[in-house]
Design a protein around this ligand. Structure first.
Ligand code: SF4
Length: 621
């Protein structure tokens, strides 16, 4: 598996150069997101226009992606974000990453731009650029199906839909029907280069270096996973089971763009109904022992999903109460290649603006917007993907849409660092969760740090053993929560670097997927010898390099806060419990968490990595 290889492809000249990644760089960053960030930091200047041909599209499966039995399916896709102008990075499951590794190419670094639609084809022989005239204008699913038929069962593709072709700033990239590199507009970057799809058709079967010991380790892991109660629930329902936990039991789901936390009279948006009435079979990513994805049928549509993010974003966040409509939207946005989080947030924002009178029918071209108005919401999705009418403004992404609709609209968008919040959770409830979303390097995001164990009721001693310092067991407290996020960010960056699935991490109890486990896994798979402490430092290094990238764009402390809305009580108070009526984040408490987080990271008061931190992590040159 080592040395890893990188293919530099220039679409202006069609030149391809293949280089080996030095072992010392692999040791420092492992792979996937780690190597992508190393490449991005060293090649992209602060002034680079995200849609210019210099902005690279970097495709990087994790170090272990393609190995069997450990959910090693993941692949990071990175570049400067067309959506935020800052860090662009997105993680995709499915099959593409594993099949790309089989070609013997571990990373693709694509610069330049084609003048005509193309797709890129990789196999064991090399790389070619193919004409995509017949694919341009087709949806993601159809494109992937055509390419599968063309190249056969040993091939997998990722593609953009109409949204990416039309340079919708939050367009995503899809493998198969629903596996998405969703966030930060990497589909837009692909569209700007006129790349409709990338096909990997590799036949080299990947083998771990020490196969017997690797297999033993995986066998043991599977036995332990079988005993994890939440992993079983994940496998049975998919991530939608979180709707029960987050929206129904804890009641911290975001409703009506964060104006409320109750969703009255909802009888249909439910994981149980989804499973009973619509699921038709299971699906999963490459060689995943959990296989949490599901196929469904609704009327004439046969599709896959939805994830919790879509169920709750196109349910409570925009106010839709019919499950069939959400299932229809799930298929629609994946076919268009639109990021579900940004699309739903922008629509919820537009509805609130309309209801407040900050925009009117003159701006929306006659479209009346209201919570749960299915027809208007679906029409807006079509308009965004096709860049038509009012949808054209939203298709520019939140940052530009705010500029066009006026600064007064900015306080109603749920975002941080110009990225609409990734998941449909109200950040008022868990301070640690709010901090994690706010300091995330790519903008408001839960997948960089989701501190799941906040809800596990762990004792002070257990928390100290995990995090190495004092953490309050009270999930509503601010005490020690800077430490919690420092640890989780570091931990999860390793899943992205290794190509493992974070969804499994969120569903396991502490201690199972440990740094010791990673150390053995890496040693048996690749022969790289890294201690648990050295692996922790890889995670720190990745997070610091990302910070160094956005600090170059002058991101600082003031950009590490959630929207002001979360520091105020909910606007719709009807039906709330007394506790929820006064629920809001506390500014002083938030500053306290931020101070602790910066200090543990080795950053100054403005969130800039200190020289000594850069030296310690080998990032000073
Ligand atoms: S747990 Fe689900 S999302 Fe994660 S790798 Fe397995 S099938 Fe894919």
């Amino acid at each position: 598996m080592l040395p890893q290889k990188i293919a530099y492809l220039n679409l202006d000249t069609t030149d391809v150069e293949i280089k080996e990644i030095p072992k010392k760089i692999t040791k420092k960053f492992l792979g996937g997101r780690g190597i992508n960030m190393y490449l991005l930091y060293n090649h992209v200047k602060p002034e680079t226009d995200p849609l210019s041909s210099e902005n690279p599209l970097i495709i990087g499966p994790g170090l272990l992606t393609g190995l069997k039995g450990i959910s090693a399916s993941r692949c990071n896709i990175s570049g400067k974000s067309p959506e935020t102008g800052l860090l662009g990075d997105s993680n995709i499951g499915g099959y593409f990453g594993a099949f790309m590794k089989r070609t013997g190419i571990d990373y693709l670094f694509i610069t330049g731009a084609s003048k005509r639609p193309v797709y890129i084809y990789l196999d064991d022989e090399g790389i070619s650029i193919e004409d995509a005239k017949d694919l341009w204008g087709k949806c993601t699913t159809e494109t992937n199906t055509i390419l599968k038929k063309r190249y056969g069962p040993s091939s997998q593709s990722i593609s953009i839909g109409i949204a990416g072709e039309n340079l919708v700033r939050f367009a995503c990239i899809i493998n198969r029907k629903k596996n998405a590199a969703g966030r930060t507009g990497m589909g837009c970057l692909m569209g700007a280069k006129k790349i409709k799809a990338i096909v990997a058709n590799g036949k080299k079967v990947l083998k771990p270096k020490d196969e017997p010991r690797f297999n033993e380790l995986i066998k043991d892991l599977h036995q332990k996973l079988d005993k994890e109660p939440l992993v079983k629930v994940l496998s049975e329902f998919g991530s939608v089971h979180l709707f029960k936990l987050i929206n129904e039991q804890i009641g911290m789901g975001r409703v009506y763009n964060g104006l409320s936390m109750t969703f009255p009279e909802n009888k249909d948006i439910s994981p149980d109904i989804l499973k009973e009435k619509y699921y038709t079979g299971k699906a999963g990513c490459f060689s995943c022992p959990v296989a949490c994805q599901h196929r469904y049928k609704v009327n004439e549509i046969k599709s896959e999903g939805p994830e919790y993010t879509i169920l709750a974003s196109f349910g409570p966040v925009v106010g839709i109460k019919r499950l069939e409509t959400v299932l229809y939207i799930n298929d629609l946005i994946n076919s268009y290649g639109l990021d579900a989080s940004s699309t739903s947030n922008l629509i919820a924002w537009a509805i609130e603006l309309f209801k407040k009178g900050l925009i009117d029918e003159e701006i929306t071209n006659g479209l009346k917007l209201d919570w749960g108005d299915e027809e208007a919401i679906i029409e807006l999705i079509h308009q965004i993907a096709h860049r038509k009418s009012f949808g054209d403004i939203l298709a520019n992404g939140a940052k530009e849409a705010v500029r066009q609709l006026g600064e007064k609209t900015s306080k109603y968008i749920i975002w941080t660092k110009y990225l609409p919040q990734s998941d449909p959770v109200d950040l008022r409830y868990l301070p640690a969760y709010a901090l994690g979303n706010s300091v995330a390097s790519r903008g408001s995001d839960h997948l960089r740090s989701r501190p799941t164990w906040e809800a596990y009721g762990l004792s002070e001693e257990q928390l100290k053993a995990i995090y190495g310092g004092h953490v309050s067991p009270n999930p509503r407290s601010y005490e020690g929560k800077g430490r919690v996020i420092w640890w989780w960010e570091t931990y999860l960056s390793l899943f992205d670097a290794l190509g493992l699935c974070k969804l499994i991490a969120f569903h396991c109890r502490p201690g199972l997927l440990s740094f010791e486990f990673f150390s053995e896994l890496i040693r048996y798979a690749t022969d790289l010898d890294l201690t648990p402490q050295e692996i922790f430092e890889v995670g720190e290094r990745i997070v610091n390099l990302e910070r160094m990238f956005i600090v170059k764009k002058e991101i600082k402390r003031q950009d590490d806060f959630p929207p002001q809305r979360y520091f105020e009580p909910l606007v719709y108070q009807e039906g709330l419990t007394p506790e929820k009526k006064d629920l809001k984040l506390d500014k002083a408490g938030f500053h306290q968490m931020l101070d602790e987080y910066y200090q543990l990271r080795g950053w100054d008061k403005e969130g800039r990595p200190l020289d000594e931190t850069k030296v310690r992590l080998g990032l000073s040159q």
